[in-house]
Write a protein that binds this ligand. Structure first.
Ligand code: SAM
Length: 247
């Protein structure tokens, strides 16, 4: 029996491909890629020669039988997406689900993922977080989601396109007000930027500098801090100061 390797690929900097990912991509019999033309460049860069077939949102279910047959014939297959970890806001779920339910081997080859990369350097709490993927393109649905986050105490992470980033920030102003945010833009690329502030402050920055609206974004929203907790923190700080004054 062959194995399906789910291989993470770089989200910008091609040197972020792991040694293991490179080895596996160079040794499998077939590479199932979201966009074969896009991935051909990376395969050329690492010297992978296996044929590429497309597996994307519109043909994923239709590819399942063919991939199962290949695995049953002893061939190994790598599943990759355009960037980052397959299945994370990318195709692959139907294939992996079908293979697992048929008892076929699926092995993850971990590596870059925009949400984890963003969280690792944003400076927001990461002990608990909630990933919401791409918010809806429709304002009412987007605002509906944001309203459910008013009481969310975990850090919330979302993906957003440059075309909609301003709309999302405007809706955050309307629904979550002064909540602190971090925007991670163009991670691992030349113009990688982390911007912190309220949604209103970030919109003002974008008004001043249109470059801040370009590229790919991970939006991180700080969790809700209950008024009591905030008072407790202030109180604790106050009593420490008092203690220091007394010593
Ligand atoms: N599977 C990918 C992963 O592991 O992160 C995500 C794919 S999803 C289709 C693409 C979205 O991920 C972009 O619209 C953006 O929100 C985020 N993203 C991907 N690469 C990024 C980067 N270099 N910097 C910031 N965000 C990125």
């Amino acid at each position: 029996m062959g194995i399906l390797y789910v291989v993470a690929t770089p989200i910008g900097n091609l040197d972020d491909i792991s040694v293991r990912a490179r080895q596996i991509l160079c040794q499998v019999d077939l590479i199932a890629a979201e966009d074969t033309r896009h991935s051909a460049r990376l395969m050329q860069h690492i010297g992978a020669k296996a044929p590429l077939i497309s597996v994307h949102d519109h043909n994923e279910s239709a590819r399942i039988e063919m991939l199962c047959e290949r695995l049953q014939n002893g061939q190994d297959v790598a599943l990759i997406s355009d960037a980052g970890t397959p299945l994370i806001c990318d195709p692959g779920y139907h294939v992996v689900n079908a293979l697992r339910s048929r008892g076929l081997g699926v092995v993850p080859v971990p590596g870059p993922c925009a949400l984890i990369t963003a969280l690792s350097a944003a400076g927001l709490p990461t002990d608990r977080f909630r990933f919401e993927g791409f918010p809806s393109a429709k304002r009412a649905a987007r605002q509906g989601l944001l309203k459910t986050l008013r009481a969310e105490t975990a850090t919330v992470v979302m993906y957003e396109s440059p075309h909609r980033i301003r709309y999302l920030l405007e809706d955050i102003v309307d629904t979550l007000g002064e909540r602190s945010l971090v925007l991670a833009r163009e991670l691992t690329k030349t113009f990688e930027t982390f911007l912190s502030g309220t949604a209103a402050e970030l919109l003002a920055l974008m008004d001043e500098d249109a470059d801040q609206t370009r590229g790919e974004f991970v939006v991180m929203i700080g969790g809700h801090v209950a008024a009591d907790d905030a008072r407790e923190e202030e109180g604790a700080f106050g009593s420490t100061e008092l203690l220091e004054a007394l010593l």
